[in-house]
Design a protein around this ligand. Structure first.
Ligand SMILES: Cc1ncc(COP(=O)(O)O)c(C=O)c1O
Ligand SMILES: N[C@@H](CCOP(=O)(O)O)C(=O)O
Length: 465
């Protein structure tokens, strides 16, 4: 399995190389040259597999022999041990043909654990084998950071630096990151927004000269292909549980960096019959405007009750556009470079492709709160604000009520007490047992200005010997 860049000018890599990188040297993102294809009969044969056995079937072809099967199987078997539900990703029914897929049963209570528990173990395995030390830089709007820290904190070959927007993540999210005080974990609160953090991380990948020569820079954000790969699995798992592949299923996905829904799009390209993919956004609705109206113009980032989706510049949309432009790397390079400085439109042909693949809907804070309240009233099921946006978008954009519609519940409501209590829930939702002492633990975090040179100095000064 080879991985190529969306901008067409970088050397192809194998899985191990792509795991240990971030952006391609031409500024693009890596994607598989060819996707594995599964027949309906093959997929149907997986209906009784456990989550981990299914994950192995889907992940193994992407690894392309870089890790022996027995070792890969052991890594995947270990990946979900800390999930709190035996199904790993349980489905909960809200109404006739309306479901939520709970992706928050992992250690940090968000869907990011699915990929970052695996990524941490893959990195540990590969780095031990190569006896190599690396630096991780990641940007978070609240959830990737803690999931990456939990996934990687035991890896002695990794120093991890996580940038989050200062005072713009929830208290639970911040404490999940800053109370992990192992020496190789560094939290940086940037005086800026998530886009600022993400653009500093991407700039670091584009020019790595700030790092000592013996350290490679590795990504934990969804620019890292391995993140996307692990997220494909739960689309198959949910569809199989609801009668797939011989019955189509629809998905609604709370969206920010476009990694999660892109994984759903890949699942369908790999052979899973999916009826509809709904891109659900908050008021930061560039993706909704682009998908519905070919308006790909950047607007000021707004802070909302769903802070993890407060993202304007969405990394993985480029991966999807690459396909919608018939894999024309030069056209994507031109489009993405112009997108930095001007309002762009995608070509008519690419727009038609996008419209074929996705529906979209944007939900503001007022409606988010209303949906949390309505769903709780109707079924006593408490949604977090991100998942509520997914449910609301599913209801608004749904095309066929005979098809099961699955909303990805991307976070646990206890991470976002503000939104939940605005919806009339009488108290802060309880944190699961393993986090009961979160608010008593000491925190370690460094506040830095929105300045790349200062962030780089901090990174270099804190790399362990
Ligand atoms: C809780 C939650 N929901 C949804 C999203 C959006 O997912 P994606 O960035 O993969 O589109 C995020 C962050 O990315 C998140 O943390
Ligand atoms: N919502 C994310 C933003 C980063 O997204 P990623 O999937 O690219 O890591 C977060 O919670 O940090």
């Amino acid at each position: 399995m080879k991985y190529i860049s969306t901008r067409g000018q970088a050397p192809a890599l194998n899985f191990e190389e792509v795991l240990l990188t971030g952006l391609a040297p031409d500024g693009g993102l890596y994607v598989p040259e060819q996707l594995p294809q599964f027949s309906l009969d093959e997929i149907a044969g997986w209906a009784t597999l456990s989550y981990t056995d299914l994950a192995f079937k889907i992940v193994q072809p992407f690894v392309g022999g870089c890790i022996p099967d027995a070792d890969l199987k052991a890594i995947i078997d270990d990946t979900y041990v800390d999930f709190r539900h035996p199904a790993v990703a349980p489905l909960v029914q809200l109404d006739k043909n309306e479901w939520v897929l709970e992706l928050f049963q992992g250690p940090t209570l968000a869907f990011k654990d699915f990929a970052l528990q695996m990524l941490g173990r893959l990195l540990d395995y590969v780095l031990e084998r190569k006896q190599q030390k690396v630096v991780i830089m990641g940007a978070t709007s609240g959830d990737t950071g803690s999931a990456a820290i939990q996934g990687c904190k035991r890896c002695s070959n990794i120093d991890i630096f996580i940038l989050h927007p200062h005072q713009r993540v929830s208290d639970v999210q911040r404490k999940q990151m800053t109370t992990v005080t192992e020496g190789n974990i560094h939290n940086i609160a940037v005086e800026g927004n998530f886009d600022d953090c993400q653009s500093m991380v991407k700039a670091s990948f584009n020019d790595k000269r700030f790092l000592p020569a013996d350290r490679q820079l590795v990504a934990v954000n969804s620019i890292n292909w391995a993140r996307i790969m692990a997220q494909i699995v739960y689309y198959f798992y949910a569809a199989l549980a609801l009668g797939g592949p011989h019955r189509k299923v629809a998905f609604s996905v709370p969206t920010g960096n476009f990694g999660d829904i892109y994984a759903g799009y890949l699942a369908s390209k790999m052979g899973l019959p999916i009826d509809q993919l709904v891109v659900a956004t908050n008021k930061n609705d560039i993706l909704h405007r682009c998908i519905s109206n070919n308006d790909f113009s950047k607007q000021q980032l707004e802070h909302t009750l769903s802070p993890s989706m407060d993202i304007v510049i969405s990394s993985n949309f480029e991966r999807m556009l690459f396909d919608c432009y018939d894999r024309d790397g030069a056209a994507i390079k031109d489009l993405m470079e112009r997108f930095q400085t001007e309002d762009v439109k995608i070509t008519d042909a690419a727009f038609a492709n996008v419209r074929d693949l996705f529906d979209s809907h944007a939900v503001d804070d007022e409606q988010t709160v209303k949906t949390i309240a309505e769903v709780y009233e109707a079924s006593e099921y408490l949604l977090d604000p991100h998942s509520a946006i997914g449910v609301e978008a599913a209801r608004a954009a749904r095309r066929n009520s005979d098809v099961p519609m699955v909303t990805l519940a991307t976070a646990h409501p206890a991470k976002f007490p503000e939104a939940v209590m605005k919806a009339g829930y009488p108290h802060e939702p309880a944190l699961p047992h393993h986090m009961a002492d979160l608010f008593e633990l000491p925190e370690r975090c460094t506040v830095l200005p929105n300045d790349l040179a200062q962030v780089h100095k901090f990174v270099v000064d804190n790399i362990t010997a």
